[in-house]
Design a protein around this ligand. Structure first.
Ligand code: NGS
Length: 317
């Protein structure tokens, strides 16, 4: 009798462990996902430069070599300094001088309180990006008030600045992520692209298929079509899932590059305070798309400074 009882407990225990393992996000992670084959990437790219951008070069830049570059960048670069004669203009803008780029990208980085991470990010990113023969500018949007961090609203503010400067393509980028593969071109594809689908923190495995955070590329017109992101997510989490819901409303299907091309290193940091309302907000994400976003964006711009490596926009939300 006692033996049968013990067996039952053991059996129940095993079932519970099995359910926990099955439900754990990392256990359901996608080892593979649909992606654009390397040989097809060129035709999927959204060729467009900023409205008032002109290049002195005659020949068009070629992107075949970089897309097929198999090397991995060393993250030690972030501890170094930029090489001399880098030709980056104040505000963190760069374009190649020996060929005419086909893409202009505004890289928008929401930020607060991580000076050392930001320094490493800027040095690394300029080294990474200048090899890609694109025209780009890095915008850092800093939240100066004491409310919980609002990543999505900061991204909306950065997007508004990029629209003003005529950028047709936005890369929305966390400061703690470093792209490892030069083949991961920082240009928009015609489909909104989840770029950071293979991060060391998740053992280079995609945690879930609709993940649309970390680093993404989206055209300015697509971002406007879905009214940008929600302004309501204070604290960590949910705002990227909300953005995914907006893509669904706009019938925009996301795309990705191959896992090997989409590798990122995440710089370690303390975990952030989680947003209390995020699940509630997420339940009504699709209902709020028309009255929460770019068209309701209100904030105070404290200052905008053109630093040698980035455009620094300080805001009070
Ligand atoms: C989900 C969050 C997302 C977040 C993702 C991965 O649970 O915002 O985890 O996070 N959604 C909600 O909280 C509703 S990560 O492990 O990369 O920090 O992006």
């Amino acid at each position: 009798m006692r033996h049968a009882y013990k067996k039952k407990i053991l059996y129940c225990g095993l079932v519970i462990v099995g359910v926990i393992i099955f439900l754990h996000p990392n256990m359901n992670a996608r080892r593979t996902y649909d992606f654009i084959e390397k040989r097809n990437i060129l035709e999927h790219l959204y060729d467009q430069t900023a409205q008032n951008f002109t290049s002195p070069a005659i020949l068009d830049c070629d992107y075949h070599d970089i897309l097929f570059d198999d090397t991995t960048m060393s993250i030690n670069l972030m501890d170094g300094d930029l090489i001399e004669g880098h030709r980056i203009k104040d505000g963190g803008e760069f374009h190649p001088s020996d060929c005419k780029p086909k893409f202009s990208t505004a890289i928008i980085v929401p930020y607060r309180d991580r000076a050392e991470t930001l320094r490493g990010f800027l040095v690394y990113m300029h080294m990474f990006l200048r090899r890609q023969n694109i025209h780009y500018r890095i915008y850092v949007i800093e939240q100066v008030d004491m409310r919980p961090f609002n990543r999505a609203k900061l991204l909306n503010i950065g997007a508004a600045a990029a629209f003003k400067a005529g950028y047709p393509c936005l890369v929305l980028h966390d400061v703690d992520l470093l792209p490892l593969k030069p083949a991961n071109l920082y240009a928009c594809t015609k489909c909104p692209r989840h770029m950071s689908s293979s991060i060391n923190k998740f053992r280079f495995v995609l945690p879930y298929l609709s993940l649309f955070g970390g680093a993404i590329a989206i055209t300015s017109s697509q971002f406007k079509l879905i009214n940008g992101m929600s302004n309501e997510y204070y604290g960590w989490g949910g705002e990227d899932d909300d953005l995914y819901a907006r893509l669904e409303v706009g019938e925009l299907k996301l795309c990705r590059f191959a896992p090997d091309t989409s590798r990122y290193h995440m710089v370690t940091h303390q975990t952030q305070q989680k947003g209390e309302k995020r699940h509630k907000l997420l339940n009504y994400a699709k209902n709020r798309i028309n009255n929460d976003g770019l068209n309701t964006l209100r904030y105070t711009e404290v200052a905008t400074v053109l630093h040698p490596l980035f455009t620094h926009i300080m805001v009070d939300l």
